[in-house]
Ligand binder design. Structure first.
Ligand code: UTP
Length: 294
């Protein structure tokens, strides 16, 4: 079985739900407390043992490349001012030289197409796919939990979670058969099914371990939902040839591509910080009192 060494982060979407914030700035640089969403995704990948981070970017996304680079002037100023803790933080977050690659999706033709843009950088090996705006608060991280499943089952692994039945039509949904340890064998996948056609209320939630044969499937995939090339449609075709396992991970997801999900993530991550929680709790209480309570 081949080790998972590389992770792909598709960050070429338009982020229309966050306009005007995302007019000139990528939505992946929006912050959860003080860390950009993309940094949290990279943190999760590093914790899982990923060695190479591949970013599929688009126009207006150069700032992401700068974020993962050394900032000499800033570091020099911090050094002169004796800001040791800030310097240590920057140093800790900096990927090693050669650990990042960037490629561009020239047109936002869909998530499947964005993944396909990474094919040369991934090469002929299984890889992780991480959608940064699906932020998953978990200990150990969601990707670590998935790699544990991959190391026993092999094949392809998809993180899933249960949602209320009335929400299934917004997501990729799976159907399962046998259960092996923590993994459930996937026997069906459907992209955005109506409630009465959904095989379960387990939705695909933004983390995948995929075999490289997915690239050939995407290559001749015609556009699906929303006129975009969908990764789920390509996975459905690969499902006939390879094993797909679902992991119902332990953790909480915040959809940071959505305004309420993003605001909720900021509150949850803020309350998780011992340096911020007491004052944040007080501020929330005051806001709720002033605005008529819960
Ligand atoms: P979304 O469905 O959230 O789309 O993409 P979006 O364009 O980013 O945002 P909205 O809906 O307009 O507000 C899910 C993930 O797939 C990436 C996005 O960057 C995000 O990480 N993506 C999507 C691409 O990289 N390319 C695409 O063509 C579409």
């Amino acid at each position: 079985m081949r080790r998972i060494r590389k992770a792909v982060f598709p960050v070429a979407g338009l982020g229309t739900r966050f306009l005007p914030a995302t007019k000139a700035m990528p939505k992946e640089m929006l912050t959860i407390v003080d860390r950009p969403v993309i940094q949290l995704a990279v943190d999760e990948a590093r914790e899982a043992g990923i060695e190479h981070m591949i970013f599929v970017t688009g126009r207006n996304k150069a700032i992401i490349e700068d974020h993962f680079d050394k900032q000499y002037e800033l570091e020099e100023t911090l050094r002169k001012r004796g800001k040791k803790a800030d310097l240590a933080l920057l140093e800790r977050d900096l990927p090693m030289a050669g650990q990042t690659s960037f490629t561009r999706q020239q047109e936002p033709l869909g998530l499947g197409h964005a993944v396909w843009c990474a094919r040369e950088l991934v090469g002929d090996e299984p890889f992780a796919l991480v959608l940064p705006d699906m932020l998953i608060h978990a200990q150990p991280g969601c990707l670590r939990q998935m790699i544990d499943v991959y190391e026993t089952q092999g094949g392809n692994v998809i993180a899933v979670e249960q949602v209320p039945w009335e929400h299934v039509s917004r997501y990729g949904v799976i159907g399962v058969s046998e259960t092996k340890g923590k993994a459930m064998r996937i026997d069906r996948m459907v992209e955005k099914p109506p409630r009465d056609k959904a095989p379960s209320n387990f939705i695909i939630s933004g983390r995948y371990i995929l075999q490289p044969q997915i690239f050939a499937k995407i290559e001749n995939q015609s556009p699906g939902a929303g006129g975009e090339i969908q990764i789920t449609d390509a996975m459905i075709r690969l499902l006939g040839e390879q094993d797909f396992w679902a992991l119902k991970f332990d953790g909480t997801t915040y959809d940071c591509g959505d305004k309420v999900g993003f605001l909720a993530a900021n509150i949850a991550y803020g309350l998780d910080r011992s340096d911020l929680a007491p004052t944040l709790r007080q501020a929330l209480k005051t806001i709720l009192e002033k605005t008529g309570g819960l």
